[in-house]
Design a protein around this ligand. Structure first.
Ligand code: THU
Length: 163
């Protein structure tokens, strides 16, 4: 999937990019993808990252259409920092939502698509084994991956059997 889907808002042009994976296309309506990407970049502006200076934003789309935002929240005690994706998940769950369709992730990196860290992939897995993960750049270009692609042969709640 490639080309310019045309929406411009807040200076961001949203464009699907087929550079890395031409066969994963979002199941969402293009306007839903566009909005989610813009929201992830807005969430990025809230990042608290005085130590890494690496801003990350996430916009998590729930099954009911509601969107939960998250940003990375670092701490002077470095190990206590939290990623944007997990912030969004914790916010949604703590507000009573556990079913999700997609998450858009935004950073300031211009020359590559940044993907969720392993810990975030596993936290996403707890609630959605088939989530669409939309990786974005500041210019609004994006690629779509599934959680299954990023975390194959995963361990989830249904595997927790006691003997
Ligand atoms: N970070 C995220 O928020 N999400 C990721 O998936 C990767 C990394 C944050 C954590 C830390 O605040 C900063 O980026 C640098 O690692």
């Amino acid at each position: 999937m490639s080309g310019n889907v045309g929406l411009q808002e807040d200076g961001v042009v949203v464009t699907p990019c087929d550079q890395l994976n031409g066969d994963t296309v979002s199941s969402l309506q293009p306007e839903v993808v566009q909005k989610l990407i813009l929201q992830s970049h807005q969430a990025k502006t809230f990042a608290h990252c005085p130590y890494s200076k690496f801003r990350v934003g996430a916009a998590l789309l729930a099954r009911d259409g509601k969107v939960y935002l998250g940003c990375n929240v670092e701490n002077a005690c470095y190990t206590l920092g939290t990623c944007a994706e997990r912030t969004a998940i914790q916010t949604a769950v703590s507000e009573g939502t556990k079913e999700f369709k997609a998450i858009a992730v935004a950073t300031d990196v211009e020359d590559e698509f940044i993907s969720p860290c392993g810990a975030c992939r596993q936290v996403i897995r707890e609630f959605a084994s088939d989530l669409e993960i939309i990786l974005t750049k500041p210019d609004g270009s994006y690629i779509v991956k599934t959680l299954q692609q990023l975390l194959p042969f995963s361990f989830g709640p249904e595997n927790l059997k006691t003997v």
